[in-house]
Design a protein around this ligand. Structure first.
Ligand SMILES: [Zn+2]
Length: 356
């Protein structure tokens, strides 16, 4: 993989990159490299065939590749080309692909000029046709027709390596990220396929939402490969990552549009037993805590409040009720005791876990 930064709109930058590419990599057939050279030729396998939208089979590695007189970095056709022109060049591109695919091995030993002659195209039309099929920028390496199945290589490395290689000059940082990511997540391809078949199964069956989610989770967990390090962390119950920066969501929608989380069923049952008319049915969120903040925090704005204070986990209604009952039995209230023993600031710290 060769990576360089290019400004495609700058002719000089483009030229420098083309010279750089030619200096290090090539796809010209070099008989002196013997068997190593033969290994550089792509041979279609069952796995490299993919169906295109039109139903036609094509090679996922884009072989055969286009012959070129010299290495060039080409860009997609810009807006100066009319729709009709783009359509015309796209049609020519299709003819080029078909002709390059069907060419007999006896006819492949021709020069680039002869190849264009067979296609009945000028070099300019040929280049425009290739550009009509591009989404961004792409390097087209210098190659003859007989080299259309040859992978790009470095002469020095190939003679030492003695195995096949496919070197690429990368113009698009996004393409690099997606290339690396594809390799990292290669093992997840199986899981994706299984999840897709599960989706088909759901369409036919009548499982409820909870069971569907359960099946998806099980399929994903049981069919994803994980590294030995991940296994160790899971078994030891250790966190996969830590961060010194946390994110807090602050819902700033109008009050009536804020979504609130309903208390659990068991909590609501306990609440109903205590006070059947109670409207305290929502889990306390950041906004509630802000509204109910103590006087000492009156001047603190909502974002500072969210950033600077954390809250102790609240006991469930059931647990609170149990505590309440046991306190009644021994005859005192924890809150009362706290009021008597702690300072005003200590009280707030207990309620809001203020970081001092
Ligand atoms: Zn192939």
């Amino acid at each position: 993989m060769l990576l360089a930064v290019i400004d495609p709109s700058c002719e000089q930058s483009r030229k420098q990159c083309e010279e750089f590419v030619d200096k290090f990599i090539t796809c010209s057939k070099d008989e002196s490299l013997g068997t190593a050279m033969n290994r550089q030729f792509h041979k279609h396998q069952k796995t490299c065939q993919k169906k295109k939208k039109g139903g036609e089979d094509s090679c996922r590695f884009d072989f055969p590749r286009y012959p070129m007189r010299k290495t060039r970095i080409l860009s997609r056709l810009d807006s100066t080309f009319s729709r009709e022109d783009v359509k015309k060049y796209k049609a020519i591109h299709k003819q080029i692909v078909a002709a390059t695919k069907d060419i007999a091995s006896t006819d492949e030993n021709c020069s680039f000029g002869e190849y264009l002659g067979k296609l009945r195209l000028t070099e300019n039309d040929y280049i425009l046709a290739l550009r009509s099929n591009l989404r961004g920028h792409k390097v087209f390496y210098q190659r003859d027709l007989r080299e259309r199945f040859l992978n790009v290589y470095n002469r020095d490395i190939l003679s030492l390596w003695d195995a096949n290689m496919d070197l690429q000059f990368i113009l698009d940082p996004y393409a690099t990220i997606s290339y690396v990511n594809d390799y990292l997540t290669k093992s997840n391809v199986v899981a994706s396929r299984l999840l897709r078949s599960l989706q088909e199964k759901f369409k036919k069956g009548d499982l409820d939402l909870m069971n569907k989610i359960r099946q998806i989770v099980n399929t994903f967990i049981n069919n994803s490969d994980i590294t030995a390090q991940e296994v160790c962390l899971h078994l030891l119950g250790m966190a996969m990552h830590r961060s010194s920066v946390a994110q807090v969501f602050i819902n700033t929608s109008p009050f009536e549009k804020r979504v609130q989380l309903l208390k659990s069923e068991s909590d609501l049952e306990v609440l109903h037993d205590i006070d059947p008319d109670s409207q305290d049915i929502f889990v306390r969120n950041l906004s509630c805590r802000y509204i109910q903040r103590p006087g000492i925090l009156e001047s603190v704005c909502l974002s500072d409040f969210a950033a600077m204070y954390t809250f102790p986990k609240k006991k469930s209604e059931k647990k609170q009720n149990e505590d309440r009952n046991s306190e009644e039995e021994v005859g005192f209230s924890e809150n009362e005791e706290k009021k008597n023993t702690s300072t005003q600031y200590g009280d707030i710290a207990a309620q809001f876990n203020i970081e001092r």
